[in-house]
Design a protein around this ligand. Structure first.
Ligand SMILES: [Ca+2]
Ligand SMILES: [Ca+2]
Ligand SMILES: [Ca+2]
Ligand SMILES: [Ca+2]
Length: 190
């Protein structure tokens, strides 16, 4: 973890490498997010792996609470396992945002699915995480056209890209790297 990164991307200090036990034997991608999951004023770290089961894949994650300036956490949650979005993946990502703006964070898990032929971005939304990092309900899988037949990684972010007053409207935008942008409305996914 690099600390105090400047405009040049350089950092005068960085932590030692942190090694955390994984959540399976084979993976098709991984991601992380930093948010205050239990609303105690301290940031928490979510580590996610897109586990490659012999057939269906699964998302696996755990929450590390109270991330400190050394990059250490106070304690970890148990591992949570969520059904994946296909059998093969070329990358995966996680993003947290209160999409439906009800005060509780929502979690988007994305797998860049790799069937033979064209790939697809596939994501599910876990609505309204509790303090343990568990979603109250999950959306169906949403499938978005991919950007090629094979990939070597993928990621996801949620931003108000066109600055259309995100907080005052129902529209939201999700970027799936490298180039696919999904615009959506909260009403579409509730
Ligand atoms: Ca916290
Ligand atoms: Ca598999
Ligand atoms: Ca929410
Ligand atoms: Ca493919």
């Amino acid at each position: 973890m690099k600390l105090d990164v400047g405009a040049s991307g350089n950092s005068s200090t960085q932590t030692t490498t942190k090694i955390v036990t994984g959540m399976g034997n084979e993976g098709h991608g991984a991601g992380f997010a930093v948010e205050d999951i239990n609303y105690d004023g301290q940031k928490d770290l979510i580590l996610m792996a897109y586990d490659d089961g012999s057939s269906a894949n699964s998302f696996r994650y755990r929450v590390g609470y109270s991330l400190d300036a050394n990059g250490d956490v106070a304690y970890w949650s148990q591992n949570y396992i969520i059904n994946g979005v296909g059998n093969m993946g070329d990358g995966a990502g996680i993003a947290l945002y209160d999409i439906d703006q009800n005060g509780a964070k929502d979690m988007v898990l994305m797998g860049y699915d790799d069937p033979s032929g064209g790939n697809t971005f596939r994501y599910i939304i876990g609505w309204n995480l509790n303090g343990n990092g568990l979603a109250m309900s999950w959306s169906p899988t949403v499938i978005v056209n991919g950007v090629g037949d094979h990939g070597q990684g993928a990621g996801i972010d949620i931003r108000d890209i066109d600055n259309n007053g995100f907080l005052n409207s129902s529209s939201w935008h999700m970027t799936m790297h490298p180039v696919s942008i999904v615009s959506n409305t909260a009403s579409f996914i509730t």
